[in-house]
Design a protein around this ligand. Sequence first.
Ligand SMILES: [Zn+2]
Length: 300
Amino acid sequence: MTASAYRGRFAPSPTGPLHLGSLSTALASFLDARAHGGAWLLRIEDLDPPREQPGATGRILASLRAHGLHWDETELFQHDRMAAYERVIAALLNSGDAFHCTCSRQDLHLGQGAHLPACPRSRTPPVGESAIRLRARDTPYRFADIFLGEVELPCPTGADDFVIRRRDGLYAYQLAVVIDDAEQQITHVVRGRDLLESTPHQVFLRARLGLAPVYYGHIPLLLNAQGQKLSKQNHAPALDDMRAPQNLLFCLEALGQLPPPPALRDACARILDWAIAHWQRALVPVQDRVVLVGSASTEH
Ligand SMILES: [Zn+2]
């Protein structure tokens, strides 16, 4: 693959404003793309309306701009993509690769992957609510990660046939991500380690849909003092856009990158130019990091 063919992306959910953890992910995907002469695209993953916060999308876009993280092309919104997801599901049902299922995750776990006798496992919907699962034997639980090298995940019992449309009718994350990565012609997915376990399913689904493989890279999470991932649920403070250069420097350090010289630290554009030129995948830490939010230090 030539460097110019690189297409990366950042795909936040508008459940709240960005925080240092999501900025770190945005920055890693941005730097890896730009350092390889690639495009960097934006996708708003607004699949789950009850979890979304009014105004969050606008705040996310404003924060990215304030930090100099300018994306290419028009951003893609998942709420515009329902017809595309439905077409793929219809095709998978039609080919027998997907089926309606009334089993819970626990049923399948207890049955070591066997469906309950009452489960229709059929192309046609049963009376009442059902999820749609993809038949997914031989999911590749081994893959090469950009930052972690060869990764081998334990094969979860009974979890191979994964949900592509939920019982409540919402499209599953795995399905939407794969179809939208294909729509945006993404070649490199750089994201947080919390999504590592999703990767085998996405690799499998891509192959099943006849899509070319993509490269996956998972960066360490930023944890709070309690060892929890920085997130809206854990009350991670929203990014202060007035401190954009300091925020970028903080995230560069968390990503293990060399700090720019003092003369280049006062403006986002200068920090980013320097960071693109000096981006080193090998320096990205493997371990998640505890950060003392509000100070400028990180520790292992
Ligand atoms: Zn079932």
